[in-house]
Ligand binder design. Structure first.
Ligand SMILES: *Cc1c(COP(=O)(O)O)cnc(C)c1O
Ligand SMILES: [Zn+2]
Length: 388
């Protein structure tokens, strides 16, 4: 509708809208969608949002789909921003603490946001078969949205992916292959076979629209907080799609005159046993080397090499944030602590934000009265193996 073109996030090369794209044809880095924001802002206004549908498609002017009939939706987005007062009270520094509960999305994770956008665009562009490597929730979401769109879904997952993810894919009609390896190995298989099989690869950030779906978390945060961004955002980071997307959303909103230049400090949270972004942050690198022998029960964080590494690291640094690793023991225990204090049965990934917040507080990096948002990116229900 308002898309002008796609732009390489590294070299800036312009790519035409209205065609299938994966990575930049010149440098192989992710493409970002650019909009005519002046035109978007003419019909999309902060006040006008009040009466719109309670899904992420309420922001359709800044989303890529042209015709409404191509939107493949299961009611994703507009998840609640839940205040966590009791949890805040239990910490040595009293913040205004919220949990954005993404576990309430279709397929119980925020992967639904990315997939509604990617599958809708695939439909618009005539795709019939989609493939994805996934550490878990992306597979479940892709299977669901592909089923809804009437597309064939081909999914490659590590054999030790949580059982719920494997079962949900099979039960929504996807073709599932379990791989003895990591998500990076699954990605290689998709890359090798896609030409011959006629699959469109919807790997995150190798496909330009999942990040567009996930950026709506940034729009929602602003809307839910009365057009005032929080001081701190804690984001459990695998591929970094949501962090990159929110950072983009903040710029778009500023260009539309919805918010000022103030930005939250973006905190990238990873598991200590798969922390490529944290390591690169600490070493002052812009690109993150592959993390060897990656393993963590927080399967969504098991991404040893992220293609958007520099976009995550650039945003974290520009925001004055940081990157923090927490152990699997800490993040697993945090599920029960969050659960008892808030009633939210968090995914281990989302729970990782709590020990990270405690570290920030101990370091004096979060002050009394600051507004802090932790992203619970999925539901604990999908990780029953991880709990006693
Ligand atoms: C995929 C996933 C993540 C990581 O998301 P990115 O945006 O790719 O960094 C975090 N938590 C859960 C539950 C996930 O499924
Ligand atoms: Zn490029």
């Amino acid at each position: 509708m308002n898309v002008t073109h796609l732009e390489c996030s590294l070299c800036g090369l312009r790519h035409e809208a209205g065609r299938l794209h994966n990575l930049c044809v010149e440098c192989g880095k992710p493409l970002l969608v650019r909009y005519d924001l002046e035109k978007a802002a003419a019909s999309l206004t902060r006040d006008g949002l009040r009466t719109r549908e309670a899904t992420l498609w309420r922001y359709r002017e800044v989303l890529p789909v042209d015709e409404p009939e191509n939107i493949v939706s299961l009611g994703e987005g507009m998840t609640p921003l839940i205040s966590a007062d009791k949890l805040a009270d239990s910490l040595p520094v009293k913040t205004r603490l919220f949990i954005k509960d993404e576990g309430q999305n279709p397929t119980q994770s925020f992967k639904a946001r990315g997939m509604t956008a990617a599958i809708s665009m695939a439909k618009q562009l005539g795709v019939k078969k989609v493939a994805v490597p996934s550490a878990g929730n992306a597979a479940g979401a892709m299977a669901a949205y592909a089923a809804r769109a009437g597309m064939e879904a081909y999914i490659f997952m590590p054999a030790d992916t949580p059982r719920a993810n494997i079962v949900e894919c099979a039960q929504t009609g996807a073709n599932v292959t379990l791989v003895d390896g990591l998500i990076t190995d699954c990605g290689k298989i998709v890359a090798e076979q896609k030409e011959a099989e006629g699959w469109f690869d919807v790997s995150t950030l190798k496909e330009p629209y999942r990040v567009e779906g996930k950026k709506t978390m940034g729009y929602e945060l602003a809307e839910q907080l009365g057009w005032e961004l929080p001081d701190v955002i804690l984001y459990p980071t695998g591929g970094g799609t949501g962090l990159i997307g929110m950072w983009k959303a903040f710029d778009e909103m500023e260009q539309m005159g919805w918010i000022g230049p103030k930005r939250p400090r973006m905190i990238s949270v990873q598991s200590a046993t798969c922390a490529p972004i944290v390591r690169a942050y600490e070493q002052g690198e812009r690109f993150a080397a592959e993390f060897e022998n990656a393993s963590t029960v927080a399967s969504g964080l098991r991404v040893p090499k992220a293609i958007g590494d520099f976009l995550i690291l650039d945003a974290v640094r520009a925001s004055g944030g940081t990157a923090i690793a927490v152990t699997d023991d800490e993040l697993t225990k945090a599920v029960a602590e969050i659960g008892a204090a808030t009633g939210i049965f968090a995914a281990p990934e989302g729970a990782a934000c709590l020990p990270a917040l405690k570290m920030l507080i101990a370091d004096g990096a979060v002050q009394t009265g600051e507004t802090v948002v932790m992203f619970n990116t999925g539901s604990g229900v999908k990780y029953l193996e991880a709990f006693p």
